[in-house]
Write a new protein. Structure first.
Length: 152
């Protein structure tokens, strides 16, 4: 027979006699998936802005802030062995095993996010490097610009 344990400050745990470790409620798992999906949309909005700003030749403070958000996500993902930390949380709460069970996205899309993002990140880096290089050249004297052009 299952027993429900309510502990202040903790999630609801369902216990079954001899059935292994306790399972957390489905509501807790849905909350993790919802939070992860919202975080993903926020980070994707930053990535979209970084690409837009690069294409529009706007390498400004706003683009730098958006790029910092994307870079933080990359560092967290890489630092966790190229797995999102929320995947482990979802699995501890009883979610399916696998890397895409903790987010509300189509499975094929979520599974291929790293493959999709690497070229986009490289493109954004190229665009902003181009913009910054052009900005430096625009602020040089004609003599410095000529010297730079002849050194190529």
């Amino acid at each position: 027979m299952a027993q429900i344990e309510l502990t202040p400050g903790r999630l609801v745990q369902l216990h079954s006699a001899g059935a292994g470790p306790p399972r957390y409620s489905d509501a807790a798992l849905r909350m993790v998936k919802t939070v992860h999906t919202l975080a993903w949309f926020s980070i994707e909005a930053c990535m979209a802005y970084v690409l837009y700003a690069g294409l529009a030749r706007r390498s400004d403070r706003r683009a730098a802030i958006a790029a910092a958000v994307v870079a933080a996500e990359i560092l967290i993902f890489a630092g966790n062995g190229f797995r999102c930390p929320l995947t482990q949380v979802a699995q501890r709460l009883g979610g399916e095993k696998g890397s895409v069970t903790d987010i509300y996205l189509p499975r094929w899309f979520a599974h291929n996010l790293p493959v999709i993002h690497v070229p986009l990140i490289a493109l954004a880096g190229y665009l902003h490097a181009r913009n910054l290089r052009a900005g430096r050249l625009a602020h040089t004297t004609p003599r410095e610009a000529a010297a730079h052009a002849s050194s190529r």
